[in-house]
Unconditional design. Structure first.
Length: 372
């Protein structure tokens, strides 16, 4: 398989670990091993006695049980664990799609959601969000994108990079459109549980639709990206078996250590999510004030969920140049929309980290010195 470079991840690889402040990360503040083990004394012993052989390919049954509890009507047999959401997307696309088929992908998008299908030789139709209406979705447009060889609709809510979250009715309408046309729905829900009000939270697509595939991960809301633990939840047992079979050619099984830490985190999810949402809400207020103060330079739609947003620069400058200049001058990283193949005006900003206030102060210095 030949595949185009993953622009956003390459940009991160180049700068993320060399800058002082990442102001565009999508994962929430992480935890140390010590902090996780402090959540319950018994886990220290579990860690010390853990055996480090191969693990069950579907994932540790205890972990699958914890993951199943995140959804209504699922049990552990509906869950397959992967090395991050990334492996799940790669395997799902390879298992589901044939070259004569096509997929519809919400856009802008995290690149792997369309690029892997493209690399397989599948036609990808982009379902564009409406920038001028706070990144809303147009369901009539979605219907128009469906053709006789469409196999799957790929959606992502809460959305990377805009933070857009549809209403529950809109979400159900997507399911109905898919059901009428017997299409699969890959629902990338990796930012689920980061809704700023709990009543905004959508059901998992796998809860409501037999051809619905919910994609989840420990990286974002739980802040544990280094574990590389993601999963797919679906009631389609045949598909699940085929995905597991393909996994024998990628990672075979997951890291036993990571699975243990994911179990600990999920058993303490209320504490973890509460802490991360607190950080997010505080940061979001800071961002709101910042963008209001500089409304002649930036426009932005305040998101309803997630840990990232996609503001736009209004002055006549190229955003990638600005981002590079910002790294050089202030050691602060923002993600230009060019890395999303979107435009040269938007940029991704992240607000899940504790040091965002300081990073924003540095960005403000840059704005005053360069953009006013
Ligand atoms: C929408 C979306 N899906 C999938 C992923 C991949 O998640 P992970 O890196 O944890 O595998 C990301 C990561 O940024 C993402 O934003």
């Amino acid at each position: 398989m030949k595949i185009n470079k993953f622009k956003l991840e390459e940009f991160f690889a180049k700068y993320e670990f060399n800058v002082k402040y990442s102001l565009c990360s999508s994962d929430c503040e992480t935890f140390s091993v010590k902090e996780l083990l402090a959540l319950d004394k018994k886990y220290r012993n579990d860690l010390l006695t853990l055996r480090l052989g191969y693990t069950e390919s579907f994932g540790n049954p205890l972990l699958r049980e914890e993951i199943a509890k995140l959804y209504e009507g699922h049990n552990k047999d509906d869950i397959l664990v992967f090395s991050g959401a990334e492996e799940a997307i790669f395997i799902f696309m390879n298992v589901l799609l044939d070259t004569n088929e096509s997929v519809i992908v919400q856009f802008p998008a995290y690149q792997s959601l369309f690029e892997i299908a493209h690399a397989i030789g599948v036609r990808t139709a982009l379902w564009k969000m409406i920038e001028d209406v706070e990144w809303d979705i147009d369901l009539e447009k979605l219907k128009r994108e469906i053709s006789s060889n469409t196999k799957c609709i790929v959606i992502n809510f809460p959305h990377n990079p805009t933070g857009f979250l549809p209403t529950k009715d809109q979400f159900k309408e997507i399911y109905k459109i898919a059901q009428e046309n017997r299409l699969y729905v890959l629902s990338d829900e990796v930012y689920r549980f980061l809704e700023f009000q709990e009543e905004y939270r959508l059901q998992g697509m796998s809860e409501i639709y037999d051809k619905g595939i919910s994609l989840g991960v420990m990286s974002k809301a739980f802040g544990l990206a280094g574990l590389r633990i993601g999963w797919i939840a679906t009631k389609d047992k045949t598909l699940l078996k085929e995905l597991a079979s393909f996994k024998n050619y990628t990672t075979i099984c997951n890291s036993a250590l990571s699975e243990l830490f994911a179990i600990i985190a999920l058993r303490n999810k209320d504490f973890i999510l509460e802490r991360n949402l607190e950080i997010i809400k505080e940061n979001l207020d800071l961002l709101d004030s910042f963008f209001n103060k500089y409304s002649s330079i930036f426009s932005w739609s305040k998101p309803k969920a997630g840990s990232i947003a996609f503001p736009k620069i209004l002055i006549d400058r190229n955003i990638e140049d600005i981002c590079i200049e910002l790294i050089k001058q202030k050691n602060v990283l923002l993600m230009p929309a060019t890395k999303y193949d979107y435009d040269d005006k938007h940029f991704r900003i992240g607000f899940g980290r504790k040091n965002m206030r300081k990073a924003l102060e540095k960005f403000e210095e840059f704005v005053k010195e360069n953009l006013i």
